[in-house]
Design a protein around this ligand. Structure first.
Ligand code: HDE
Length: 712
């Protein structure tokens, strides 16, 4: 498809979807065939020597089927193996032409198709969706100038400053090599051993110990490009840029105890949530924001823009919102699309370029390299999900699984026999040229001193948290380090925390029975080759701000309850009014409501109406809902004597969720949480929809954790 002929980006068509359509089939109304198109007559029996005889090697149909099956698996991603994908569209609010010539960021009438893959990092492909972990947030923009990939995370900083430490970091966090334990968890010796020797990791570790690492949903996470990139405009002028994705659904987290339970109750919790939301038309949206720094300001800050362990606080450089991404279509086939998609931070379009961030530079090598072994050769760009919309026309030839049939004798350049084709594009014709950065330096293995401040941004992060968020961080460190068996590792970590915040170090130390001490001399093994110990000493640059509210999730709630999941617990004999009013009211506000009763089938209301039950108390779990409503009736005996129903509500209370009921169900609620005098904060018993909705907008009532009343 030649993209420029009809400008399909602008007339409402979706060129990526059209392209995928050519590769999509649903087998409806078709005969069963072999891979060679031969119609199969019997798919139930292999070819045998008589009814009870041996199977014949000659059975090519059996052999083909089994051979294909034997090779169904490909290596999973070395990191980010567990993921969920969705299609969508990116719309630009305002032209960024002043800063970048990238076409999809210039013309507000262009709608760019996208594919997004969210992922956890450490776990294997089949691991839980809710470990304490960073989440990948990778977006492929199918632009008219080729694919642009923004391969980011849900945290704005990374653990290491130099790509060469990446294998070490990943080896440390992955299951330990001798026994492959633990799965999808950082709470083990090797991870914290490594971290305790790597002060540069502490900023990302603070984020990892915060609620950002246990998102409520993939729909309620921010995304960040992390590295500083460049925008290049038509005149070739460069501006530094950092990318942000801001969810319109708000930024929400889980309780840690809840996350651990979800891992058992619904290991596909995030994948299912994203799938169902899109399937039911609750399309999640994120706004794209940019922080722009003029080239001249490169050295203006106390931190280095090239250092991926640092962020630029929004209080210093505001985020300018420039467009919106909507995810509106689920993939048709998980393997073909979500598993085979290949992202790469080096997939660029004219107008966007790299900086010398040493982590980014290393990534530029890694991503193609890994796809070659993961996807089986150098032609992975031909897999439908990875195909750019503009036709690929070059002299690359052959290799495993080549699909394109290029005619003619010529596969080199320059050539005269092919009329010089395919020919190079001038810059004015959309040809990519790298930013001409002036470099004049020695070849060295060293780190810039401007990368040495490892503690001032973690301190800013901690100080910017609310008390509830701080408590979660303290608890997370206490949990993770509590799982570490080697006491000197715990001690080193507590000492490291002392560099960030005394209160934090003391609380965590106390939970571990340790007293924080000043950082000891550097551990011998990790002294840099240049012997420069400054790197390991507690050295902080002064930041011009003491508090950055933009870092706290508590400032990122939204004023609606769209796509929040609400459980309505009920039983036969429920008051019609209590049940229908609340159900309709919540559905009208676009919440995702599930009716839960002791048994599957139908609940019969007092007046004899029947309503379908979505889940029984046997299959449902409170941990997968955001709020609970108990609809009462004259006779509450069934629920009052149902321990699963009582547990459901008690657990929701423990996880600080909004709970409500009508007056008929108040006694039931009181039985579930006997220690609480009702009504209480976040628990209403008047059946009032508005009160309940306001509480759902609040998401959680974390203060309850201070005086826990529900046993584990
Ligand atoms: Fe990646 N990373 N990474 N990474 N990364 C991969 O590529 C790597 C880093 C990120 O959904 C791999 O295709 C190195 C930062 C995401 O398919 C691999 C370094 C950030 C995904 C790889 C980093 C990321 C990956 C594994 C340090 C946030 C999932 C499979 C130099 C800005 C993409 C693959 C998807 C995947 C290498 C650091 C994000 C091995 C060497 C920083 C979201 O190539």
């Amino acid at each position: 498809m030649k993209i420029n002929e009809s400008e399909p980006f602008e007339n409402g068509a979706n060129p990526k979807q059209e392209q995928l359509g050519k590769f999509t089939t649903d087998n409806q109304g078709e005969f069963l065939t072999t891979d060679q198109g031969l119609k199969i007559n019997d798919d139930q029996n292999s070819l045998k020597t008589g009814e009870r005889g041996a199977t014949l090697l000659e059975d090519f149909i059996l052999r083909e089927k089994i051979t294909h099956f034997d090779h169904e698996r490909i290596p999973e991603r070395i990191v980010h193996a567990r993921g969920s994908g969705a299609y969508g569209v990116f719309e630009l609010y305002k032209s960024m032409g002043k800063y970048t010539k990238a076409k999809f960021l210039n013309n507000t009438s262009i709608k760019t198709p996208v594919f997004v893959r969210f992922s956890t990092v450490a776990g294997f492909r089949g691991s839980t969706d809710v470990p304490r972990d960073v989440r990948g947030f990778a977006v492929k923009f199918y632009t008219e100038e080729g694919n642009y990939d923004l391969v980011g995370n849900n945290m704005p900083v990374f653990f290491i400053q130099d790509a060469t430490k990446f294998p070490d970091l990943v080896h440390a966090v992955k299951p330990e090599p001798h026994n492959e334990i633990p799965q999808a968890a950082s709470a083990h010796d090797t991870f914290w051993d490594f971290i305790s020797l790597m002060p540069e990791a502490m900023h990302n570790v603070m984020w990892l110990m915060s609620d950002r690492a246990i998102p409520r949903s993939l729909r309620t996470m921010e995304g960040f490009g992390i590295h500083t990139f460049r925008f290049i405009n038509d005149e070739g002028k460069s501006h530094f840029v950092k990318f942000h994705w801001k969810p319109k659904q708000g930024v929400l987290g889980l309780a840690w105890d809840e996350a651990q339970r979800i891992a058992g109750k619904d290991t596909d919790f995030h994948r299912r949530d994203l799938w169902e939301a899109i399937d039911e038309g609750h399309f999640p949206e994120w706004e794209l924001g940019v922080q722009i720094v003029p080239q001249e300001d490169e050295h203006k800050y106390a931190f280095d823009l090239l250092d991926p362990t640092k962020l630029i606080p929004e209080e210093m450089v505001p985020v300018e919102i420039i467009g919106k991404m909507t995810l509106n279509r689920n993939p048709d086939n998980f393997f073909a699309e979500t598993e085979q998609v290949a992202f790469h931070p080096g997939h660029l379009v004219p107008g966007i370029d790299f900086t010398n961030d040493p982590l980014l530079q290393g990534r530029l090598f890694s991503y193609t390299d890994t796809q070659i072994s993961r996807l089986g050769g150098p032609n992975f760009h031909e897999i439908p999900i990875n195909k750019s919309i503009p036709e690929v026309t070059n002299n690359q030839r052959d290799g495993m699984h080549r699909m394109q049939i290029v005619k003619g004798k010529v596969s080199y350049n320059p050539n005269s026999m092919g009329g010089g084709c395919p020919f190079q594009a001038k810059i004015a014709e959309g040809g990519f040229n790298s930013f001409e950065e002036r470099i004049d330096s020695k070849k060295i293995r060293m780190r810039s001193k401007s990368f040495f401040d490892h503690f001032s941004q973690p301190e800013l992060f901690y100080k910017s948290m609310t008390d509830n968020e701080k408590r979660h961080i303290q608890n997370a460190f206490s949990f993770e380090l509590g799982k570490v068996k080697i006491v000197p590792i715990r001690q080193r970590m507590v000492n490291m925390l002392l560099e960030i915040d005394e209160e934090l170090a003391k609380i965590v130390g106390d939970n571990l029975g340790l007293i924080p001490a000043k950082l000891p001399q550097p551990i011998t093994g990790s002294i840099p080759a240049d012997g420069n110990l400054e790197h390991y000493h507690s050295f902080k640059e002064k930041l011009p701000i003491k508090d950055a509210p933009s870092l706290s999730m508590s400032n990122k709630l939204v004023n609606d309850i769209k796509a929040r999941r609400i459980a309505i617990i009920t039983a036969d004999g429920v008051n019609d009014d209590a049940f229908t009013k609340i159900k309709k009211g919540l559905c009208d506000l676009d919440a995702m409501v599930a009716v839960i009763a002791p048994k599957h089938g139908f609940v019969t209301t007092k007046s004899g109406d029947e309503y379908p039950v979505d889940e029984s108390l046997l299959t449902a779990a409170s941990v997968v809902f955001d709020a609970v409503y108990v609809a009462g009736g004259d006779d509450m005996k069934t629920l009052l004597s149902n321990p699963d129903a009582l547990h459901f509500v008690a657990e929701a209370f423990k996880h600080c969720k909004p709970i409500a009921c009508d007056s008929d169900a108040a006694a039931f609620l009181q039985k579930a949480i006997p220690e609480i005098k009702l009504p209480a904060k976040g628990v209403s018993i008047n059946g009032n929809l508005e009160d309940f909705v306001k509480n759902i907008q609040q998401h959680r009532f974390w203060e309850r954790e201070k005086n826990p009343v529900v046993p584990a």
